[in-house]
Design a protein around this ligand. Structure first.
Ligand code: GLN
Length: 333
């Protein structure tokens, strides 16, 4: 096992804060970002899950929710699509909430694989270690850790947990679930491989089934922004006012997603955009600005790593215009 990074003891964690521009200005900038990329048509819609190939590539939604629950929606912000890999972010938070920081670091890991989200090589190169909760192998291992005596109970916990993040009851799209369940041999292979290394305590196929269900949960760009804003607000959903997870869980989850949320492109993403973010193959991306709020974006055409191109462009634009980049600093003036 890798040596843990030494931690200073007895020092209180101060919170990074800062404010977004005034509501009307944010509204204007969200509209501007949407307009700017509305006609951008690079990329290809995912087709390895057959039903996703039928998605209209022109759909484009953008939403910002600030930490007070202020809403800014543009374009197709309320158009439903499947959450796919973005579920990994929120399931990771729920598992850290249940089992704690150390267990997730040691059992799943928090380092980038440098390889594709569904890589078999990543497992082989790391002695069967799932590496991080944002790639398929690590996400399957994380889903297996959800509380619940049975698969049905684990699934209910996931659906209820993601609903608490969104502030409304989320449902699974049966068509998306069945389309992926018929074709997910690779995820089954990943789970069996983890199992062969003793990294999965549950039945691999049952865990993949729960994972496939969680990926088929329907959300909108607006929902993603509310879900992300909950992580930006120390775990309190800014729309419902309900506590979903603790502030420490938000911190740990955002650190995890910063290093691997956009898979092998996560380093470039941090370099260019400077925000923890998670993508899904249906075209969604959520980016979180701790202490400020979150951006949810949806546009189906993807780059080769499986990240929505227009969502990346629009979030990049907003990161600059709203001053969200975590690494941007200036001297006191
Ligand atoms: N359900 C998809 C899969 O397991 C999710 C992948 C993704 O969104 N990148 O392949």
């Amino acid at each position: 096992m890798v040596e843990p990074i030494p931690q200073p003891s007895g020092v209180t964690q101060e919170v990074a804060t800062g404010t977004l521009p005034a509501w009307a200005q944010v509204e204007e900038l969200v509209r501007e970002a949407h307009q700017r990329y509305r006609d951008h048509d690079e990329g290809a819609v995912a087709d390895y899950i057959p039903i996703l190939a039928e998605t209209d590539p022109r759909l484009f939604g953008l939403a910002v929710i600030d930490r007070t629950g202020g809403v800014h929606d543009a374009g197709d912000a309320r158009h439903p699509f499947s959450v796919q890999s973005i579920s990994k972010l929120f399931v990771c938070a729920l598992v850290i909430e249940e089992l704690g920081h150390d267990l997730v670091r040691d059992r799943i890991g928090v380092n980038n694989t440098g390889l594709a989200f569904n890589s078999v090589m990543a497992i082989e190169l790391n002695d069967g270690h799932p590496m991080n909760p944002m790639v398929n192998a690590g996400a399957i291992a994380t889903t297996a850790l959800m509380p619940g005596e049975t698969s049905a109970e684990k699934w209910e916990h996931i659906r209820d947990g993601l609903s608490a993040f969104a502030g409304r009851t989320l449902r699974m799209d049966g068509q998306v679930y069945r389309s992926e369940a018929r074709t997910n041999e690779r995820n089954k292979a990943l789970a069996r491989l983890l199992s062969s290394y003793g990294r999965l305590d549950e039945d691999p196929l049952e865990v993949v089934d729960i994972y496939t269900r969680q990926c088929a949960i329907t959300v909108t760009a607006h929902d993603l922004a509310v879900m992300g804003a909950t992580l930006a607000s120390g775990g309190i959903n800014p729309v419902t006012g309900d506590r979903v997870v603790s502030p420490e869980v938000c911190r740990d989850t955002l650190a995890t997603v910063a290093s691997s949320g956009l898979y092998e492109r996560s380093g470039e993403w941090l370099f260019e955009i400077g925000l923890p973010a998670k993508s899904g193959v249906a075209g969604g991306i959520v980016a979180v600005a701790p202490g400020k709020g979150a951006v949810g974006a949806f546009s189906p055409p993807l780059d080769r790593a499986g990240n929505s191109i227009r969502s990346q462009l629009a979030i990049g634009h907003l990161s600059r215009s709203l001053g969200l980049n975590l690494f941007a600093s200036a001297p006191d003036s």
